[in-house]
Unconditional design. Structure first.
Length: 214
């Protein structure tokens, strides 16, 4: 047998020996890879299904709001907060239900709803909306100090206005005026909220947009 053939034979034997030693681990690795891909696809499908469920339930809640079906709003909001806590729809549902409670004069209940919502996984904008809404309720409940604690450091116009309301409730009119002025500057001139702030400033004796005392 030629040296070339012997070399090929030896190489073949080495390959077969290597496969005998490592074949099982290769098969296991392939199986694990396939399982990982299948698991990822299942997880993606599961997430999409969950998102669709949350979206469908929130659409039903929106219809319930339009038809003034308060009981259905409460039930759907509860389901979304409980079963879809990682979805933005849960926070939006809590805000919707809290608004219904405020309209019904249930300020303590609305505060409890929003406190529960604060424990959800929230994006910054939603977290700020919830804190601002809760701060307004605290102020209406005679708990303006709690409202100020929630609004500390926020520069959003709605939060600044709520801060002004809390300060005014505490008799700190000058600080309230400063908060209203900051909120006013942060808003587009065409927004209705800007006109509301101008009226609040006028009530404090500030007659123009620059904050000069009347």
């Amino acid at each position: 047998m030629s040296i070339e053939l012997m070399d090929e034979h030896e190489q073949g034997e080495r390959v077969r020996a290597w496969l005998r030693e490592n074949g099982a681990s290769i098969v296991t690795g392939i199986a694990l890879g396939i399982a990982a891909i299948a698991g990822w696809q299942w997880w993606q499908s599961h997430r999409m299904q969950r998102a669709l469920e949350a979206s469908t339930q929130f659409a039903a809640l929106s219809q319930a709001l339009e038809s003034s079906d308060r009981d259905l709003v409460e039930r759907l909001a509860g389901v979304l907060v409980k079963d879809h806590a990682d979805s933005p729809y849960a926070a939006l549902a809590a805000l919707a239900w809290a608004s219904q409670q405020v309209e019904g004069g249930e300020l303590q209940g609305a505060a409890a709803t929003l406190e529960q919502a604060r424990a959800l996984k929230l994006e910054p904008e939603l977290a700020q909306r919830i804190d601002t809404r809760l701060a307004r309720i605290h102020t209406a409940n005679g708990q303006a100090e709690k409202a100020l604690a929630l609004l500390e450091g926020s520069k959003q116009a709605s939060a600044l206005e709520a801060r002004g309301d809390a300060l005014l409730a505490l008799g700190r009119a000058q600080e309230a005026a400063e908060a209203y002025r900051e909120a006013h500057k942060a808003l587009d001139a065409t927004l209705t909220q800007r006109r509301v702030l101008e009226l609040k400033l006028a009530d404090l004796g500030i007659v123009d947009n620059d904050g000069e005392q009347g």
